[in-house]
Design a protein around this ligand. Structure first.
Ligand code: HGY
Ligand code: MN
Ligand code: MN
Ligand code: MN
Length: 419
């Protein structure tokens, strides 16, 4: 029989703002950049050192740590009934090349703070509670994104993933081996383990909570996103002697493609998101006609039909504009919009209300590992504001008070799901 739920604050009262702030500062030193951000690419030395630091903190508190075939790090506080599936939280430690000290890390460390608060309170839970640091959420160095959570959820093939390469040609397989070597050996669990629920805390990475002066975002779901890598091949030639009519100029072809994609994605309501984040013109010499252009497309939309229809139009449009060059289009990540579990959404909102935090329901424009957990178990997210809504930028900042509030709401939510 389930005893009456304890008053809100029972566990949140043990969440300590300064301890969380200190751990964020400690983790933020790994891969720190001169501009105050972090450069901690997935499966880099810095990523490995961050994993090792988290594993050492877990060991110091008597939590067990395990990993799996892609290096996800599971920190577990045992439950009184080990037969029960764990209630899970977490996020990622990898960052953008010019990333901030909160994206991903905040969710991992807010989850760790919940484990510490449960321990300090001496509160048992029937379910084990686990914090996961998922491998390669960002997808910046290696595409696709969310390799860790997608493999856990059985949505990607491990051999495919291990063969993926970064722009320097390094494979996930090789980078993973170097990363794992930086932390003590730990038990390896198979993918697809049981999960009773998953709740991820994250900075909003947008301006809405700050604009509406709310502390907690009760997240309803995540928009769909489709990523492409485009490789245009022309012919290098002399800039002075080659008539334009005889050129196979890869840059001019890419320009036509981007211009047509901008027209395709034009949206008076400004709901569509289409970003050309990587754009390489090779060989990059002023007096050689570009023979190759590599560029990426990150297309997102909240409506499933639009993600399908508009996304399916991308490749044929690009191919029709390639001549006299040739083009290869590779779709590297494809995820549909997901809606989070109503009961988890309600639990997050109830915790915010119970703790007296201002809050608002809102969708997520950013991808998260929660996108891959949503089909596996009841899933939800908690947002906190970030200054000026800026993220994927070294100035990214969330106040200690907001970090504390998100961890407190996470604590009450996880406790009610796990007790
Ligand atoms: O790209 C994203 O939406 C996530 O922040 N990595
Ligand atoms: Mn993130
Ligand atoms: Mn990110
Ligand atoms: Mn994430």
């Amino acid at each position: 029989t389930m005893l009456a739920a304890p008053a809100f604050g029972t566990i949140a009262g043990h969440v300590r703002q300064e301890r969380l702030a200190q751990r964020l500062a400690d983790m933020g030193r790994i891969g720190a950049t001169v501009k105050g951000g972090v450069n901690r690419p997935a499966l880099s030395r810095e990523d490995g050192l961050a994993r090792a630091l988290l594993a050492s903190w877990a060991a110091a508190r008597g939590f067990s740590v395990e990993t799996d075939g892609i290096g996800n790090l599971y920190v577990r506080r045992a439950g009184s009934d080990p037969a029960l599936a764990p209630v899970m939280t977490g996020s990622h430690l990898d960052s953008q090349p010019t990333g901030g000290r909160y994206d991903g890390v905040y969710g991992v460390l807010a989850g760790f703070e919940v484990l510490e608060a449960l321990e300090d309170a001496g509160l048992p839970t029937r379910h084990p509670v686990e914090v996961v640091a998922w491998t390669n959420e960002e997808g910046s160095r290696f595409q696709p994104y969310c390799m860790g959570s997608a493999l856990f959820a059985g949505k990607m093939d491990l051999e495919m993933v291990l063969g993926c390469t970064d722009p320097q040609g390094v494979t996930v397989r090789d980078a993973l081996a170097q990363t794992l070597a930086l932390a003590p050996a730990m038990p390896v669990r198979p993918f697809g383990g049981p999960a009773a629920a998953y709740v991820e805390a994250h900075i909003e990475q947008g301006p809405r909570l700050e604009a509406e002066d709310r502390t907690i975002g009760v997240v309803s779901g995540i928009q769909g996103s489709r990523w492409f890598q485009v490789e245009v091949t022309g012919q290098e030639a002399h800039a002075g002697t080659t008539p334009h009519g005889a050129r196979k100029d890869a840059f001019q072809a890419a320009l036509r493609m981007v211009s047509a994609l901008n027209d395709l994605m034009a949206d008076p309501d400004d709901i569509v998101r289409c970003t050309f984040g990587r754009f390489e013109v090779l060989p990059g010499s002023p007096n050689t006609v570009p023979g190759k252009v590599i560029f990426t497309i990150d297309f997102r939309h909240p409506d499933a039909a639009m993600v399908k229809a508009r996304g399916d139009a991308i490749t044929p449009l690009i191919q029709a504009l390639a001549a006299p060059c040739t083009v290869a289009v590779k779709e590297t990540s494809t995820t549909s919009p997901v809606d989070f579990d109503p009961a988890v959404i309600d639990a997050v909102r109830a915790a915010a209300v119970g703790l007296g935090y201002s809050h608002m329901d809102m969708p997520s424009g950013a991808n998260h590992d929660a996108k891959f957990m949503a089909p596996r178990c009841p899933t939800g997210m908690i947002f906190i504001p970030c200054r000026d809504g800026i993220s994927h930028n070294e100035v990214e900042y969330a106040s200690p008070g907001h970090c504390h509030a998100g961890a407190a709401v996470l604590a009450e939510t996880l406790y009610r799901l796990a007790r």
